[in-house]
Design a protein. Structure first.
Length: 122
């Protein structure tokens, strides 16, 4: 009954009162390029620069409190282009940056979703 966990498991976002160190989750652009990683509900760039945080509902917020998008499939962030963005949040105090992880291998590009955009594409 042991075995490996399912490959398409949901990402659990810890609450702010969590004291346990959680696993690192790499985040990718929809085109497959790595954009950063999540650790303990905080979103960091590849060099561990603080980019923002993820709420329990999967919404992603920038370091300045601006809405970035939604966590999709546990490793992508997309923004619904048809939705009015939520009002900005009060920025959080940046956490101590972790040691940068080994960069992941890029993913295969995903097929675009109509009405959704990758907030990291220029």
């Amino acid at each position: 009954m042991g075995g490996r966990p399912p490959a398409n498991r949901a990402t659990v976002i810890p609450t702010s009162d969590s004291t346990e160190e959680t696993a690192l989750t790499h985040i990718f652009r929809w085109n497959g390029a790595p954009v950063g990683f999540l650790r303990n509900g905080s979103f960091f760039g590849p060099s561990s620069e603080y980019l923002g945080w993820v709420e329990q509902d999967g919404s992603v917020w920038g370091h300045d409190g601006q809405y970035v998008g939604e966590l999709v499939d546990g490793e992508y962030i997309l923004r619904n282009a048809m939705r009015v963005p939520p009002i900005p949040r009060i920025p959080r105090i940046p956490p101590i940056p972790p040691i940068p992880p080994i960069p992941p291998i890029p993913r295969i590009p995903r097929i675009p979703r109509p009405g959704w955009e990758d907030p990291f594409e220029s």
